[in-house]
Design a protein around this ligand. Structure first.
Ligand SMILES: [Zn+2]
Ligand SMILES: [Zn+2]
Length: 325
């Protein structure tokens, strides 16, 4: 009996010592202070005088230019590479002659387009309407620096695969990236405060729309685009492989053409809060045959559905809790 108690106490003592060591106690060593911020080319971390590291993460933030690398917003070191601005693009001078608009690909032959900060000594502030429409040369696009507006249809039906809308860009006009059938990922910065209709409509492969956490109007949830408060589903990511999508709780409005042209979805479950379904929301969703509504037929009758909300879709009726309508 005594031996059992002794063994139990010994085990307990060993366990306590292990636990204390794990949280950094004084047994056998010292209390780490992690006071010094250190970094290398990729990471920064807090370091104790004994060499132990804590909180290591990759450098982040800062915008590189053609002569200077990005400066990490946490530790202040330069990281990554300088950017190589696209050369040979076509430009057009603004009517007040204060800035330039990029108006076409010109003689540029690269696949990576970094829109220059300046041209002819003036800032490049806009991508003109249709500038890269149907362009089949570009793969990766970075729009930042002085660009404020991406005009309508700027990249419509182009071959781009990745897109970074950087800080400074305020507006993305209608149809700017519509039918970019190779586009997989799009990053939207905090400064974007206006997004035109159909901006990302029918981008079949788009599976990851990322939005900066600091953006005041928009947010991303599992790669799809929502209003910041989560009440409007603006654009579903058509590239996702799932066949059944459940609209998150709190969504009241399904935006214009939000699911249009989805070929993968077979079933969509609406949220309880849904109160309006905008024009073309499910247009051309040919394989979408089941639309499930988690309330009654009488409730469904109060939901506002715009003209053509299910134009040429597979939806013939809506499945409510008490039957189909
Ligand atoms: Zn230490
Ligand atoms: Zn850093």
């Amino acid at each position: 009996m005594m031996r059992k108690i002794f063994n139990a106490l010994l085990l307990l003592a060993v366990a306590v010592c292990f636990a204390l060591t794990a949280v950094g106690c004084n047994c056998g060593g010292h209390q780490h202070d992690f006071k010094t911020l250190k970094s290398d080319g990729t990471f920064h971390w807090q370091e104790c005088s004994c060499g132990e590291r804590d909180g290591q993460e990759a450098h982040k933030g800062g915008v590189p230019t053609d002569v200077k690398k990005a400066v990490c917003e946490v530790c202040g070191v330069e990281y990554g590479n300088v950017v190589v601005f696209a050369e040979g693009l076509d430009y057009q001078l603004s009517s007040d002659e204060s800035y330039y608009l990029v108006s076409g690909i010109g003689s540029f032959e690269g696949k990576e387009l970094v829109v220059p900060a300046e041209h002819g000594g003036k800032p490049v502030k806009r991508i003109a309407k249709g500038a890269f429409a149907e362009c089949d040369k570009l793969k990766n696009v970075i729009i930042a620096f002085n660009v404020e507006i991406v005009e309508e249809q700027a990249f419509v039906s182009s071959s781009i695969e990745s897109l970074i809308i950087g800080n400074g860009v305020k507006a993305i006009e209608k149809e700017a990236f519509r039918e970019c059938n190779k586009l997989i990922s799009a990053e939207i910065s905090s400064s974007v405060n206006s997004l035109g209709s159909y901006a990302f409509m029918s981008c079949d492969m788009l599976s990851d729309i990322e939005v900066s956490k600091d953006n005041q109007l928009f947010k991303s949830v599992n790669g799809s685009l929502f209003s910041k408060d989560g009440s409007v589903l603006i654009q579903y990511s058509l590239g996702k492989s799932e066949e059944h999508f459940t609209i998150p709780e709190g969504v009241a409005t399904i935006g214009v053409a939000a699911f249009a042209d989805s070929v993968k979805l077979k079933k969509v479950t609406l949220s309880k809060e849904i109160s309006s379904v905008c024009a073309l929301a499910f247009a051309d969703c040919k394989n979408l045959t089941v639309l499930e509504y988690p309330k009654t037929k009488a409730d469904w009758a109060t939901v506002k559905t715009d003209v053509n909300w299910n134009y040429r879709s597979g939806i013939t009726e809506t499945t409510c809790q008490d039957g189909n309508v």
